[in-house]
Design a protein around this ligand. Structure first.
Ligand SMILES: NCc1[nH]cc(CCC(=O)O)c1CC(=O)O
Length: 304
């Protein structure tokens, strides 16, 4: 049997897909696994914000079309880039054990974020990162920075940034651990929902693949990611606003911290809660309700 995995073509996406392919080969000797690298609209349009071009789904669409056309059996994604609701007929078959979920401070000039001088220039196009950077350091000058991880590191080296912010997981996977000057952990920086987790998407009709992929899934990561995504789903009335969230297992419970921000008004709303491991989505919805009660809805509307 041959399995074809659709993937984006960025070095990070290819690394993650090879990682999944290797595990499948080890798990199922005799299984032939090959990659189908593709460009997505999300990769091609680099001059506009994701919100402006239609959201995270644009990183998945071409891969889903390949599955529908029978050219691929599964698709591997950074869970962070997966929309909160998948198109009809698709589902997540497995979420792998999460790597480091936090962001990294990367700089050739200032090894410590706290040592940045007034008015320092920091590169990131992520509204989530921008709003949190501004919240701790209103003086910083935020400069646009798009492209894949390798491109962003090259821009840091070539252009006038005092530093940039990237996910630790992406850097580590590509062998750039040494570029992590400092980990930016909460409450200073809450990561994107599902950051650091890799997910496998299939067509719901391919029940034959579920059992084959199930051993790659990681139970506690899945619970954390479900909690984070349930929070985001309830908050996201169709719009792209700065939302951050991180769930972790504490003792025999699940703890979730969430945040919604608005760049224009420099507002940040936070909430956290602890709940049963067995009801991650309820916990996510509880934190979302708390954020909404604190005014997140009005804040999300004002972001349009
Ligand atoms: N938006 C791009 C993206 N999607 C996933 C990661 C990092 C890897 C991960 O979170 O698993 C990155 C790069 C970054 O934000 O630095």
């Amino acid at each position: 049997m041959t399995l074809t995995i659709a993937t984006r073509q960025s070095p990070l996406a290819l690394w993650q897909t090879e990682f999944v392919a290797d595990q499948l080969r080890a798990l199922h000797p005799g299984l032939e696994v090959r990659l189908l690298p593709m460009s997505t609209r999300g990769d091609l349009i680099l001059d506009r914000s994701l919100a402006a071009i239609g959201g995270k789904g644009l990183f998945l669409k071409e891969l889903e079309e390949a599955m529908l056309a029978g050219q691929a059996d599964l698709a591997v994604h950074s869970m962070k880039d997966v929309p909160m609701t998948l198109p009809e007929g698709f589902e997540l078959a497995a979420i792998l054990e999460r790597a480091d979920p936090f962001d990294a401070w990367v700089s050739n000039r200032y090894p410590r974020f706290a040592d940045l001088p007034v008015g320092a220039v920091v590169g990131t196009s992520s509204l989530r990162r921008q709003v949190q950077l501004r919240s701790v350091r209103p003086d910083l000058v935020l400069k646009d920075l798009r492209g894949n991880v390798n491109t962003r590191l090259r821009k840091l080296d070539d252009e006038e940034y005092d530093g940039i912010v990237l996910a630790v997981a992406g850097l580590a996977r590509l062998g750039f651990d040494d570029r992590v000057a400092e980990r930016l952990t909460p409450p200073r920086m809450l990561p994107a929902v599902a950051q650091g987790a890799i997910g496998i998407e299939i067509q719901s009709a391919r029940a034959d693949l579920r059992a084959l992929l199930a051993p790659l899934g990681h139970d506690l990561t899945t619970r954390c990611v479900l909690a984070e995504r349930a929070m985001n789903r309830l908050l996201e009335g169709n719009c792209q606003v700065p939302i951050a969230g991180h769930a972790a297992v504490v003792g025999d419970q699940l703890h979730l911290a969430g945040l919604v921000g608005a760049l224009a008004t420099q507002t940040v709303i936070r909430a956290e809660a602890t709940g049963a491991l067995d009801a991650p989505e309820m916990l996510g919805e509880r934190v979302a309700q708390d954020l909404l009660a604190q005014g997140a809805a009005a804040l999300l509307r004002s972001a349009h």
